[in-house]
Design a protein around this ligand. Structure first.
Ligand code: ADP
Ligand code: MG
Length: 343
């Protein structure tokens, strides 16, 4: 078992990124001067499709060499001290789902062996422990292809955790999960994040949950916000309004304002919208305490990025209807793609 220590436990941040740039061979600059620091806890990396989240994560995990800048994990440099960095971290890629013909237990046992746990008895115990942690003990003997999408994702977390890394990097782990599995996954992340650093990317704010310590907002390869959730909430104060009206008038409003959620009761439609700095419709009331999703939408609206920030509201519990005609975020629909893959 490897147990690499942070270079200087008290003051070394788990992840430290300075002036990071990355330009792909195609000439596309995916990251454009990223600065980011993460200590212990759950860090949400939020941003629309194409923002550069996966690129950033793959650089942190030493899988892509950055074009410029400095990236350190536990004080170790991702280009010069690659082996050290790899010992420090566990990674759940966006497209995890291989090993379909193997049994759950086998996958973990093999990966634990590869990460240096050579003693069989200890490895067995560790595999059992991590399976219990992610709630997969009952299906330890099941083949991966027989698991549900949520179970595959939890197996992905188990493989990333098996060598007890200090830092966990998970890329869009909740895409394609049903609401129950999303909740379960959030709890698992909150649990693990108590003693480790987790960097979790998503384009759905609700996936971050209450345990999220800080949010980093990536847009067009740049960090446009980093801070604890209350700071993002404070920025949105006064920018979200609510209005209850007839369905005909609601339709008209929907064409003029960015709608965050919509619910129907007693034949009336209640809309919550982002004001985008425009005048509020008469009879609208300002929402005193906007949710984190609404704050994110308001923040992105300010940047002229409303469509990209749209939340897949089928995943937001208690949020009323799906907004008809809501555009998918640009590019392929990752939920559909991953469902196919996991199914
Ligand atoms: N291998 C690659 N070659 C060229 N461009 C890429 C490659 N991978 C990603 N990109 C581009 O870099 C940008 C960021 O992609 P990515 O990091 O996957 O974003 P995200 O994970 O936030 O959706 C996108 O415009 C994407 O098309
Ligand atoms: Mg991605």
């Amino acid at each position: 078992m490897t147990s690499t220590q942070l270079r200087n436990t008290t003051s070394t941040p788990a992840i430290e990124i300075k002036g990071l740039r990355h330009t792909y061979h195609s000439g596309h600059t995916a990251l454009d001067g990223v600065n980011l620091t993460c200590g212990v806890g759950l860090f949400g990396l939020l941003g629309p499709n194409g923002a550069g989240k996966s690129t950033l994560m793959r650089i942190i995990c030493t899988l892509i060499e950055p074009s410029a800048g400095q990236v350190r994990v536990g004080g170790y440099d991702v280009t010069r001290e690659r082996r050290r960095v790899r010992e420090m971290l566990g990674y759940l890629p966006q497209d995890f789902g291989g090993w379909r013909l193997h049994r759950v237990e086998e996958v973990l046992d093999t990966l634990a062996q590869l990460s240096g746990m050579l003693e069989k008895k200890k490895r067995r115990a560790r595999v059992a422990e991590v399976l219990h942690q992610v709630g997969l003990s009952d299906v330890a003997h099941r083949k991966v292809k027989k698991l549900s999408g949520g179970m595959v994702r939890r197996l992905g977390v188990a493989q990333a955790l098996v060598h007890e890394p200090k830092v966990l990097v998970v890329d869009e782990p909740t895409v394609g999960l049903d609401p129950e599995e999303r909740i379960r996954f959030r709890k698992l992340m909150a649990d693990i994040g108590r003693e480790r650093t987790i960097l979790l990317s998503t384009h759905i704010v609700a996936d971050l949950g209450a345990a999220c310590r800080e949010i980093a907002l990536l847009d067009g390869g740049q960090i446009v916000f980093q801070g604890p959730p209350p700071e993002l909430l404070a920025l949105a104060k006064g920018r979200v309004f609510e209005i209850t009206t007839s369905s005909a008038e609601a339709e008209a409003l929907e064409s003029r304002h960015e709608v965050v959620s919509r619910s129907i009761a007693n034949g009336k439609v209640t809309l919550r919208c982002v004001s985008e700095g425009r005048e509020l419709p008469p009879s609208a009331t300002v929402v005193e305490e906007p949710t984190l999703e609404e704050s994110y939408m308001a923040f992105m609206a300010e940047r002229g990025r409303t469509t990209a920030a749209r939340q897949d509201d089928e995943h937001l519990p208690g949020k009323g209807d799906r907004v008809e005609g809501a555009d998918k975020v640009e590019g392929v629909d990752p939920a559909a793609a991953e469902n196919r893959q996991a199914g």
